[in-house]
Design a protein around this ligand. Structure first.
Ligand code: 13P
Ligand code: SF4
Length: 347
């Protein structure tokens, strides 16, 4: 990245994450809510697509009702391939928008439309468009954690599971990249592929809080543990990893590596699936405390936590929280998402 480019880069807004609110339910309330949701989902021909960071209740409900629990790539694929008339997305706003972009004829609902993402919030479409316009020689690659309008300005959308392969492919073709919004994932992709990348300076408030010095100490205390890291984490944390990958790739590593113990640097909602996928193994949260610790919702995304059984029932009962996307924006955004899905299918 040249100094000139940094000078031209818009300052990213400071993101204030909401206070963490988790749903507390007794057994009777939980079973009653689940039973009612299942009835309404069947009546409305709805399918539930949930991210691994949502609550265990939502993940179990998605699987019990024929939906899916997955990373953002598979969430997009699954909703697109499924025959349901309504897709309920338990995750954050960009995941709901991606479902709607790919499925304009379907009704897409979310338990809470305020469930955002610090990466999406740090990349306003107007500033991003102006930045792209200053660098017309670069191929615009954006992470899935962005608004529909930002995707509409991009040439390619990537997820954590496809970013390295897609940028390596573009680099082989001699393309220079403009990347947004996650600077940590961007640095990781740049270091892995050697591509010329100009990086937007956004960050995930959850992954940015993992601490390298404390992680190194934890490794010493658990010498047989493998370290699994999501690439939204800082470079110094990634440097300590045995495996770096998307949430699905992290779960797969827990299943396939011979280690019994794992230190995991991603949202701790993933532990529900990890315990089910690799029974008998031990999963430890990577440290977020230590010098300079600031996280308010350590190792758990406050926006993912906005999804619950109560608000899911409410949207089914009153048909609220439907995602709508401006059609010209959708028509442009679908091109960059479809390019990724086609690439992933071929490679
Ligand atoms: P994955 O696609 O790896 O699930 O990542 C999505 C995300 O928001 C991670 O913070
Ligand atoms: Fe966004 Fe980070 Fe939450 Fe993922 S964990 S949705 S990147 S804020």
């Amino acid at each position: 990245m040249t100094i000139q480019s940094l000078v031209n880069m818009p300052a990213t807004p400071r993101i204030i994450a909401p206070a963490m609110v988790e749903e507390s339910l007794n057994e009777g309330e939980r079973s009653a809510l689940i039973a009612r949701i299942k009835t309404l989902m069947a009546q409305q021909n709805a399918v539930l697509v949930a991210h691994y960071y949502t609550s265990a209740d939502l993940q179990d409900l998605a699987e019990e009702t024929g939906g899916c629990v997955s990373d953002s790539l598979e969430m997009a694929r699954f909703g697109h391939a499924h025959a349901a008339d309504t897709i309920i997305v338990a995750g954050v706003k960009f995941m709901g928008e991606t479902a709607k972009i790919l499925n304009p004829e379907k009704r897409v609902l979310m338990p809470d439309l305020n469930a955002n993402c610090s990466l999406d919030m740090a990349c306003p479409a107007d500033e991003f468009t102006a930045f792209c316009d200053q660098h017309p020689d670069r191929t615009v690659v954006v992470y899935a954690n962005t608004s529909a309008a930002v995707k509409a300005r991009a040439d390619w959308v990537v997820t954590s599971g496809t970013a390295v392969r897609i940028v390596a492919h573009l680099h082989q073709q001699g393309k220079k990249i403009l990347w947004a919004p996650d600077r940590h994932l961007g640095e990781y992709v740049q270091a892995t592929t050697g591509a010329d990348m100009l990086l937007w300076q956004g960050a995930c408030v959850v992954h940015e809080a993992f601490k390298a010095k404390e992680l190194a100490a934890m490794k010493l205390a658990h010498p047989d543990a493998a370290v699994l890291v999501h690439p939204e984490s800082p470079e110094a944390v990634i440097a300590l990893a045995d495996v770096v990958g998307s949430t699905t790739q992290i779960i797969r590593a827990a299943q396939t590596l011979p280690n019994r113990e794992f230190i995991v640097a991603t949202d701790n909602g993933i532990f529900h699936k990890m315990h089910a996928a690799a029974p008998g193994k031990v999963f430890l949260e990577a440290p977020t405390a230590g010098v300079g610790a600031t996280c308010k919702s350590c190792a758990h995304c406050p926006w993912m936590a906005m999804n619950g059984l109560r608000n899911l029932l409410q949207v089914l009962e009153i048909g609220a929280n439907e995602i709508h996307i401006d059609e010209p924006v959708r028509q442009r955004a679908v091109l960059s998402i479809q390019r990724m899905l086609d690439f992933a299918a071929q490679h």
